[in-house]
Write a protein that binds this ligand. Structure first.
Ligand code: MN
Length: 261
């Protein structure tokens, strides 16, 4: 309750929630000193683009992956981190892998294959049984991770941002509207590297389902149209190097295909 009052009392807060460019000074937002591109994703079967507001990612949401990272999946509530919206790279053509730059400052770049949820609306404290009403559609994405920087941050009690939120850290396919495909709760999620399967599981192995994830996250932050939520990765995460081609899919939700250069 307190949080709601705080947000509604703040013009800047409200502007941030609605995505409006505005400020408390009364200046004309059309007079921005320069323009900044808003990252967008193509929507399958339409000429529309999905504008991206924020990217949230959930950690350790498949039991087998939590175990491979040395954690007990049964005792942990969900936790989240973020990536910048412009970390996305559109990698939607399996016949023509998009070139993605191998990032600086790492010797241990890992793939994490994930189902991505795209929101058309949001709010705070969304009940689980209303959560899917806010979903625009689904995509398939890679949560690329500089594992050495992430592990160093974990060891030192520092933030994960530079391990997770670097340039081009979020290769992703097109958005498949829920109006066409529904809300997948099961189906294969798989990633092949250079033709060999590295990660394979089923969406029904998610510890926190999509509605539960949306509901829980909306208790931490106000969700809104344009938000993407990476829903976590199955076990099998491992290093990739320059020249590797990563090809992933989730049944009914498209593909993500890229080559590291
Ligand atoms: Mn992840």
């Amino acid at each position: 309750m307190k949080r709601r009052k705080l947000l509604s009392a703040s013009a800047v807060g409200v502007a941030a929630l609605t995505g409006c460019a505005s400020d408390a000074t009364g200046r004309d937002p059309a007079r921005a000193a320069f323009s900044v591109a808003r990252p967008m994703l193509p929507v399958v079967g339409t000429s529309e683009m999905f504008p991206i507001r924020r990217i949230y990612c959930i950690g350790r949401n498949y039991a087998a992956h939590a175990r491979e990272m040395g954690h007990d999946p049964d005792r942990e509530p969900p936790f989240f981190f973020t990536k910048p919206a412009d970390a996305i790279v559109i990698c939607a053509d399996p016949a023509n892998p998009t070139k993605v730059a191998y990032p600086s400052a790492t010797k241990n770049l890992h793939h994490e294959m994930e189902l991505v949820v795209a929101l058309k609306s949001g709010g705070t404290d969304i009940p689980v049984d209303k959560a899917l009403d806010h979903v625009f559609g689904y995509a398939v994405g890679l949560d690329m991770t500089r594992r050495d920087l992430q592990n160093q941050a974990k060891d030192m009690g520092r933030p994960w941002d530079m391990g997770k939120g670097f340039d081009q850290s979020a290769p992703i396919g097109e958005i498949f509207p829920a109006s066409k495909i529904g809300h997948p709760a099961k189906g294969t999620i798989q990633l092949d590297v250079n033709g060999k399967t590295r990660q394979k599981s089923d969406l029904n192995a998610l510890i926190w389902s999509v509605p539960e994830t949306i509901s829980y996250l909306s208790g931490l932050v106000a969700l809104a149209a344009g938000d993407l939520i990476y829903t976590g990765t199955p076990d099998g995460v491992a290093a990739v190097v320059k020249g590797d081609t990563l090809a992933g899919f989730v049944d009914g939700c498209g593909t993500v295909t890229c080559t590291l250069v």
